[in-house]
Design a protein. Structure first.
Length: 172
């Protein structure tokens, strides 16, 4: 298996990381966090224009790669990488807190210092011939978002707090 790019798309930022092999998940920024906490932390980092700045910091960038790689390595889409896919679009977007459950969701967000909880949705895995070409990556991103649009429309209430999803639906 060659180089695999995971494009993390949050509410306001996009960061590309390289898929890391299993077992490289030790990092002080994520040690001791469960899977849900890691996704909420990554979502928080990728929201409110924090992602691009944090990605410039080696520690945060490494932690972003670890979280995305761990999540994708356990997802069914990872099997496509074993057959040649080398690009994955992973969205990390705000989750709407159901009426009556806000206290529970706030507790989850507070565990990592986030203002929201987040849902991780992989949009697909594809093979790109020019993996280091930004135009090829952008084209793959657009196709993967278009392929996932039906899911976002069907689940629009679950993503009601996500300005990114609402904008995507309006553009379609």
């Amino acid at each position: 298996m060659g180089k695999i790019i995971i494009r993390i798309m949050g509410e306001s930022d996009i960061v590309d990381v390289t898929m890391q092999p299993a077992g490289t998940s030790k990092h002080p920024l994520v040690d001791g966090l469960d899977d849900q906490d890691k996704i909420n932390l990554l979502g928080h980092w990728m929201d409110q224009d924090r992602g691009a700045a944090l990605a410039k910091d080696a520690d945060h960038f490494a932690a972003m790669g670890i979280i995305a790689s761990e999540f994708m390595s356990r997802h069914a889409l990872f099997a496509a990488c074993e057959t040649g896919a080398n690009f994955i679009l992973l969205t990390i977007l705000r989750e709407k807190w159901p009426v009556g459950s806000k206290a529970k969701f706030k507790t989850l967000a507070d565990r990592v210092g986030a203002d929201h909880t987040y849902l991780a949705v992989p949009c697909g895995a594809v093979q790109i011939d020019e993996i280091d070409d930004e135009a090829s990556l952008k084209e793959a991103e657009i196709h993967q978002l278009a392929a996932t649009l039906g899911f976002y429309k069907a689940n629009r209430k679950r993503f009601a707090n996500s300005s990114a999803v609402q904008g995507l639906i309006k553009q379609a």
